[in-house]
Design a protein around this ligand. Structure first.
Ligand code: ATP
Length: 261
């Protein structure tokens, strides 16, 4: 379980996350929705220690998120991260890119010379099979389509054997059909591996289908918390509108909901 308590992130005078309080159960599948600049990526990056919060705390399975380098390295072993722009090493092969996901399990020097254990290769091939790209294992990453690159990135995240998978707009640069295929794949591995999954998205139509819960963010505040099987499309569209309610009213409603649970 992940618990976020009074989380604040500021850059200079600008407050990006404004006292966030929320929690994520194990095996939850949560989509973060909200307009550009709402703070979705910042929240995701705070969860894996890529960004240090200005104040507040994050607890993962009861343990406070570390801030020292060694602690963060250990924490990240259990957290797979998927990015909008895939973040592959273009000149490396598909297989070598996936093996990069094993780096935190191996001593630096052998990894530098691309010497991995037999189990690492087996695991990498297993996940390449899962994402449908085992035949392309020896191809350079920059020869792949966007959808294929994202599949490699998913395999690279999974070889880490994470318990938590964070995905920051994983389908933002993909066409609608490929987006559905990638989201289907994420849901499949989420179920098979019993992951906890938190995804930022802009596609309102995808959000309920590919989550159990939707958190709405606006101006650094959590303004809504919906069950995906009960939410109305109009509620989701409202997250992107200014409407009659002020951000403060929405925060207030969310806090009320949270305390009533
Ligand atoms: N390193 C930084 N320094 C200063 N401001 C930053 C930095 N990183 C992010 N921000 C600001 O924080 C705000 C929130 O950014 P964030 O990327 O978290 O929003 P988002 O909800 O994910 O938006 P989008 O949907 O467009 O990706 C933005 O106004 C952004 O300019």
């Amino acid at each position: 379980m992940i618990k976020v308590e009074d989380l604040v992130k500021s850059y200079g005078q600008e407050t990006i996350l404004n006292n966030i309080n929320c929690s994520f159960e194990s095996n939850d599948a949560v989509v973060l929705l909200g307009p550009s600049g709402a703070g979705k990526s910042t929240l995701l990056r705070c969860l894996n220690g890529l960004i240090e919060a200005t104040s507040g705390s994050i607890y993962i399975d009861g343990k406070k998120l570390p801030t020292d380098k060694k602690g963060i390295r250990l924490l990240r072993k259990n957290i797979g991260m998927i990015f909008q722009n895939f973040n592959l090493v273009k000149r490396l092969t598909v297989l070598d890119n996936v093996l990069c996901g094993r780096l935190s399990y191996n001593p630096t020097l052998p990894s530098f010379f691309k010497v991995y254990k037999k189990e690492d290769y087996e695991l990498a091939l297993y996940y390449l099979e899962k994402v449908g790209l085992v035949d392309k294992r020896n191809q350079r990453a920059d020869n792949l389509s966007g959808g294929q690159m994202q599949r490699v990135a998913i395999a690279r995240a999974l070889v880490q054997r994470p318990t938590l998978l964070l995905a920051d707009e994983p389908v933002a640069s993909l066409d609608p059909k490929t987006s559905h295929a990638i989201m289907d794949l994420l849901m499949e591995v989420y179920e098979e591996e019993k992951l906890t999954m938190i995804i930022t998205l802009h596609q309102i139509d995808l959000a309920p289908k590919y989550s159990k819960r939707i958190l709405g963010l606006n101006s650094g505040n959590i303004v809504a918390d919906y069950r995906s099987d009960q939410v109305k499309a109009s509620d989701l569209y409202q997250l992107y509108e200014n409407g009659q309610e002020t951000g403060e009213d929405r925060v207030y409603k969310y806090e009320e909901q949270r305390h009533d649970r």
